[in-house]
Design a protein around this ligand. Structure first.
Ligand code: GDP
Ligand code: MG
Length: 297
């Protein structure tokens, strides 16, 4: 299963549409330093982007308080090409005063909307490049308590601009029971603050297998993830990507151990089209309308 993405198996109609438009998907990672963002990106790239073809090295696009860096790779599956870009945001939450940490990230997301709008407005519309952020993975510190002010502020500021997918970082530092109760707590905080995270839709009239896949993904949010690019050996002798502890090995790609596989599946298979569609038809569209109103058009 490792290395297998699944986007080539999207339903035919969706598939044809995506191939025609050119497959472009951009995910952003945000969260305080040390929560494992870079590690998770590498973990995602090692599997879903394997083998990474002509990767573009990380480039600093905006030398500001919070840096915005993106890395892309083209992957191919059954003759279908996907350009996956991951935008990293080192520096978030690293300052003495983090009240405005969300600002450069919001600006980056909106400047991508602007660039898209500019293309739409061109009289001679060539092939459009969609650099809009389709999903934002927000890393939550595995405290086991509640969300922090910086988390709430970020999500409140961004939830109408990007598909928010909350993630519990370094889930291997919590027990299964702690993960379970922390997830409940995070969800109730999100609800309490009227934050709208990406809702994985579950369609009634799907076949049982698809329905099951959708329900299972929805039930895992916020995904409790473990990242690692180290190969470790399990007590029964298997070489796996994971983290070794005196009491055993946590396997990244084992669904019994963490939600990494489900997160990847959501992004590049099950909900890629929904994430792109909601970005285009709801988030971008609302932003565009507001902008036109503010310009008095
Ligand atoms: P970033 O600052 O958010 O990009 O975090 P990094 O990816 O640089 O990781 C910070 C440290 O946490 C490194 O020492 C990683 O090896 C470690 N780390 C990353 N992911 C995990 C994880 O899932 N579990 C544990 N226990 N440590 C992790
Ligand atoms: Mg990093």
């Amino acid at each position: 299963l490792t290395g297998y993405v699944g986007f080539a198996n999207l339903p035919n109609q969706v598939h044809r549409k995506s191939v025609r438009k050119g497959f472009q998907f951009t995910a952003m990672v945000v969260g305080e330093s040390g929560l494992g963002k870079s590690t998770l990106v590498n973990t995602l790239f090692n599997t879903t982007l394997y083998p990474p073809r002509d990767p573009i090295p990380p480039s600093a696009e905006r030398p500001q308080t919070v840096a915005i860096q993106s890395i892309s790779a083209d992957i191919e599956e059954n003759g279908v090409r996907l350009r996956l870009t991951v935008v990293d945001t080192p520096g978030f939450g690293d300052f003495v005063n983090n009240d405005d940490s969300w600002k450069p990230i919001l600006e980056d997301i909106e400047s991508r909307f602007d660039a898209y709008l500019e293309q739409e407005n061109r009289i001679n519309r060539q092939k459009t490049v969609d650099n809009r952020v389709h999903a934002c993975l927000y890393f939550i510190q595995p405290t086991g308590h509640s969300l922090k002010q910086i988390d709430i502020e970020f999500m409140r500021r961004l939830h109408q601009k990007v598909n928010l997918i909350p993630i519990i970082a370094k889930a291997d530092t919590l027990t299964d029971e702690e993960v379970h109760s922390f997830k409940q707590r995070v969800l109730s905080d999100i609800h309490f603050h009227n934050i709208q995270i990406f809702q994985a839709p579950v369609y009634e009239n799907e076949d049982e297998e698809t329905l099951g896949e959708h329900e299972e993904i929805a039930s895992k949010i916020p995904f409790a993830v473990v990242g690692s690019n180290q190969e470790v050996v399990t007590p029964d002798g298997r070489a796996v990507r994971g983290r070794a502890y005196p009491w055993g090995v946590i396997e990244v790609d084992n669904e019994e151990h963490c939600d990494f596989v489900k997160l990847r599946q959501m992004l590049v298979r099950t909900y890629m089209e929904e994430l792109r569609e909601r970005t285009d038809q709801v988030l971008y569209e609302n932003w565009r309308t507001e902008k036109l109103v503010s310009l008095g058009v």
